[in-house]
Design a protein around this ligand. Structure first.
Ligand SMILES: O=C(O)CCC(=O)C(=O)O
Ligand SMILES: [Fe+2]
Length: 329
């Protein structure tokens, strides 16, 4: 795996298959850094009533205006910093891929490697299991603890989102909408000519949301009102991207965010994403509580697996994957 990744660093021109058509290349235009992207402080997870109301309002506003926000939460942050200090922790998982080993709370590791869908990226897929594997080494312990802490953060976010949407508490877990936690490690090697290609082309995520640990190297850009905005990686925050499933379940009240990743010619960038997904056989439908005569359903119901089966090809063809499930208002 090391060889696989380092092989990329040796090249001195962008391979033909990674050169994007001119209309979707980033080119040499310098995208402005956005300083209005909301930063929501979750206050260590223990929010007083007043703060909670404020946070819920901030989440709704950010999810409607940007489909994106950055957030801080105490314990996950401490582990976040440890993981950021431990690039080697990631190597453990790369090695495991090559040996086919799995850990207790992670039951499959996939490699994502297609030319249009970007970098060498490792996907670690697992149904979340609160029983931690007995740590056999410190790095595995850090990544294991990270996955548990990020789970707690995701459950807090789901509770806050239920409040924001006026859904009963536990709506997502009771309907098997948030069972699967998937950790993906994205490695973007330095690129000989960042104007020609992208680390990840424009897409919205297939999941409910992604909790992204960005490290220190910029690269993430979000699309707002037709303009790309560069996201500053904040050392004390996670970046949260709202995905298609929240858009559908909220009947369009929360918006998924189109985003992409640009490369740079100097340093590699490694990010760790933790995505929250429905189970593959879950039925996805706009929540009943959000549908009435004034707010007709915007989407037909579908099985999550059917959506995810067509997601990548739709993105490649430039079609929003929600298009095939849209109902005419
Ligand atoms: O690495 C990043 O900054 C973003 C990753 C991402 O968008 C994804 O995994 O869907
Ligand atoms: Fe994404």
């Amino acid at each position: 795996m090391e060889k696989f990744i380092s092989g990329w660093c040796d090249i001195n021109s962008v391979p033909e298959s990674y050169i994007l058509p001119p209309e979707i290349r980033p080119g040499n235009y310098v995208v402005p850094q956005c300083d209005t992207i909301p930063l929501i402080d979750l206050g260590g997870g223990l929010l007083g009533n007043c703060d909670r109301v404020k946070v819920v309002q901030q989440i709704v506003k950010a999810s409607q205006e940007y489909g994106f926000f950055q957030t801080k939460k105490g314990s996950a942050l401490m582990t976040r910093n440890k993981v950021a200090d431990y690039p080697q922790a990631l190597t453990i998982f790369r090695k495991k891929y090559t040996t086919g080993e799995t850990t207790c709370d992670i039951n499959a590791i996939l490699l994502r490697n297609t030319s249009i869908f970007g970098p060498k990226s490792l996907l670690i897929i697992g149904k979340h299991n609160s029983a931690l594997p007995r740590p056999c080494c410190n790095r595995k312990k850090v990544v294991g603890k990270y996955s548990v802490e990020v789970r707690k953060l995701s459950l807090l976010l789901l509770d806050l989102i239920c409040e924001a949407l006026g859904l009963e508490c536990g709506y997502f877990s009771e309907n098997a909408l948030s069972q699967v936690q998937l950790m993906s490690i994205n490695h973007y090697p330095p690129c000989p000519d960042p104007s020609l290609t992208l680390g990840l082309p424009k897409h919205s995520d297939v999941n409910l949301f992604n909790i992204l640990l960005q490290g220190e190297v910029p690269g993430l850009q979000v699309l707002k009102d037709g303009n790309w905005l560069a996201v500053e990686p904040l050392p004390t925050a996670f970046a949260i991207t709202i995905g298609y499933m929240l858009q559908v379940i909220s009947n369009g009240k929360l918006k998924s965010v189109d985003h992409r990743v640009v490369t740079n010619s100097k340093v590699a960038r490694t990010t760790v994403g933790t995505c929250i997904f429905p189970s593959s056989d879950s039925r996805i439908v706009p929540a009943k509580a959000l549908v009435d005569n004034c707010h007709p359903p915007l989407y037909k119901s579908f099985i999550f697996k059917d959506f995810s089966d067509t997601y990548i090809s739709d993105i490649r063809n430039g079609i929003p994957p929600t298009e095939r499930y849209k109902l005419q208002p």
